[in-house]
Design a protein around this ligand. Structure first.
Ligand SMILES: [Fe+2]
Length: 251
């Protein structure tokens, strides 16, 4: 089992964390959805020290029953959803170097922890993740279905926007851990569409640049029903799934 070796982080690593944290906490002040900041507080995130998974996990298990499990890097969707079904959310433990503050080829622990972990303190997100994992369970060896579930995950958990008291707010972890995308996604330059399951399922996504579109949900409480909608869709469309995998599939 892979572990976070907390004592191995250097003072330079903690300094990188401090810089990323300071920059991003300012960016999300008025832009993240309400529960996000509460999650950061409830889980005891520090502005100056890399989160220690064992401390975070004590609080997280008490709050929602979830925990964070250290992994060496990106893992296949099959493994990701299997762990998620048992309420384990995976996170890398490495942090970028000072010279990589703005660009990374693969998400580091700042994305995984700052972006995702506060969401795990929100019961609605946890319910949604559990449902996605349950939906994925019978399809773990079906790459096409796992890809489609991955698209829904991408446009919600990673890059989702939500309306809150009449204002657009961010709940996607990929945005909440990126100062550039935090600004971009709410700007007039970004394309924002009402949530549309079938459009999402037929949309391959870029991983190396800002998203070409963001999908807006009406309220966070809609997420569990969105998962149910996916489950129904997979049953109704079981013979058409291949069509949606094509890059330019018609929705
Ligand atoms: Fe992520």
């Amino acid at each position: 089992m892979f572990e976070q070796l907390y004592d191995r982080y250097t003072s330079a690593d903690h300094k990188v964390w401090s810089m990323l944290y300071a920059r991003q906490i300012g960016a999300i002040e008025n832009t993240s959805y309400q529960q996000f900041k509460k999650g950061l507080e409830d889980l005891g995130f520090s502005p100056t020290a890399i989160p220690n998974f064992s401390t975070i996990n004590e609080r997280l298990r008490r709050l929602t029953g979830w925990d964070v499990q250290a992994v060496p890097g990106l893992i296949p969707g099959k493994e990701f959803f299997t762990l998620m079904a048992a309420k384990h959310f995976v996170s890398t433990t490495w942090i970028r170097k000072m010279e990589q503050l703005d660009y990374l080829e693969e998400p580091d622990m700042f994305h995984d922890t700052f972006g995702h972990i506060p969401l795990l303190a929100d019961p609605i997100i946890c319910k949604y993740l559990s449902k996605l994992a349950q939906i994925a369970a019978p399809y773990l060896n079906n790459e096409q279905v796992i890809e489609l579930i991955g698209r829904l995950y991408w446009f919600t958990v990673e890059f989702g926007l939500v309306k809150e008291h009449g204002q657009l707010k961010i709940y996607g972890a990929g945005i909440l851990s990126s100062p550039g995308e935090t600004e971009f996604c709410l700007s007039p330059k970004a394309t924002r569409l009402p949530f549309n399951l079938e459009k999402i399922l037929s949309t391959p996504y870029p991983i190396d640049r800002f998203q070409e579109q963001y999908f807006v949900i009406e309220k966070m409480e809609d997420l569990p029903a969105i998962a149910d909608q996916l489950a129904d869709w997979l049953v109704i469309n079981k013979n058409k799934i291949g069509l949606f995998i094509q890059p330019n599939a018609a929705a």
